[in-house]
Design a protein. Structure first.
Ligand SMILES: [Fe+2]
Length: 343
């Protein structure tokens, strides 16, 4: 398999090619025209767009970008975006031409982070970087899980496996699993507790474009379509587990369940919670007057993975709704808990 980095910046996009079949890993929206030129010039047909996670530092492809490239978008099952065509889980194998691409779930930087293992190499996204690792302080981040993913899963690969990271800030391009096991000071000789403590003390500023990037990438909506609340307000949204929501629904004063996914998701694979009210994200602002009766009642906001619903919940709070909660983990967690769904 041919593996090539296309951006030449610290934010990396990889081209994978087998014969005339190609995949792009983590394409950046601004460079869409360049990617198309490269594919065309080499006579490559784009089969897949593989995302290693929901990015907070750059805009992922929009609906239009996806159509221009004409390939299916692949992301982990817990990825919030409605623009994903194929959801994958740990152990799934994708085929590019005759070659295998294996999905390794590596939660930590985000809940939906994956690494893609290809012959002799692994694309590690923001999980394992050269001499470093991706930050774990964004909403949904978890340093302990990241330590487990790196030390138990990635470090279990053969030592000579080439590592292609999602970022590098020092001009490096590749490493190997063996070199990272030996030299990566985040992990070498560190216990899980030491790693969690270290990651909690990084004190990194949020990326400049987090406000524009994260919520657009999570929701599939452009900022002009939906006025997003501040990331800090979204992170502060109180959440309820699926079991807690189910208990409330069975009580004498059940909350209103507001499902902010797209209409096709509401009736799609995951279904919806029986009795929930569908109000897609882009319709929420104009539907607020109809929800006025719920200003003092409890509202639980629901989406696919709990990210869009946290944004929608913050919008409701700003509009004066006083008892807004988020269904943690969204319909993915609800169905994992084997709670009732309607289609
Ligand atoms: Fe990232």
């Amino acid at each position: 398999m041919h593996v090539e980095e296309l951006n030449g910046t610290n934010c990396k996009t990889y081209l994978l090619a087998v014969g005339a079949s190609a995949a792009l890993v983590d394409p950046v929206r601004e460079r869409l025209a360049t990617y198309r030129q490269i594919l065309q010039a080499r006579g490559l047909k784009l089969a897949m767009i593989l995302e290693t996670h929901t990015h907070a530092d750059h805009l992922m492809l929009s609906r239009e970008g996806k159509e221009l490239l004409g390939a299916q978008v692949v992301m982990h099952r817990e990825s919030p975006s409605p623009l994903v065509d194929r959801h994958v889980e740990d152990g799934d194998v994708l085929l590019l031409g005759t070659e295998r691409i294996e999905v390794i779930h590596c939660p930590g930087h985000t809940p939906d982070s994956v690494s893609y293992r290809v012959p002799d190499a692994v694309l590690t996204g923001d999980t394992l970087l050269i001499g470093g690792s991706g930050r774990c302080d964004f909403p949904g981040g978890d340093a302990g899980k990241q330590y487990d993913a790196v030390t138990r899963r990635l470090f279990a690969l053969p030592d000579d496996t080439t590592v292609y990271p999602g970022h590098d800030y020092k001009g490096k391009t590749t490493s190997t699993i063996g070199a990272e096991k030996r030299d990566n000071r985040r992990f070498a000789g560190k216990t899980r507790d030491e790693y969690v403590a270290l990651m909690g003390q990084l004190g990194l500023p949020f990326p400049e474009k987090i406000q524009q990037s994260l919520q657009v990438n999570q929701s599939g909506f452009e900022a002009a379509e939906v006025q997003f609340p501040l990331v800090a307000d979204v992170a502060a949204m109180p959440a309820l587990s699926p079991a807690e929501v189910a208990a409330k629904l069975a009580s004498a004063t059940p909350p209103l369940l507001l499902d902010v996914r797209e209409p096709e998701e509401f009736v799609g694979d995951l279904g919806h919670v029986p009795g929930s009210l569908p109000v897609p994200m882009d319709a929420l602002a104009r539907r607020l007057p109809k929800l006025a009766g719920y200003v003092d009642r409890e509202i639980v906001v629901v989406c696919r993975a709990g990210a869009r619903s946290a944004s929608a919940g913050a919008i409701l709070q700003q509009a004066g709704f006083r008892h807004v909660r988020n269904l943690a983990g969204g319909m993915v967690a609800w169905t994992d808990a084997k709670l009732p769904v309607a289609h």
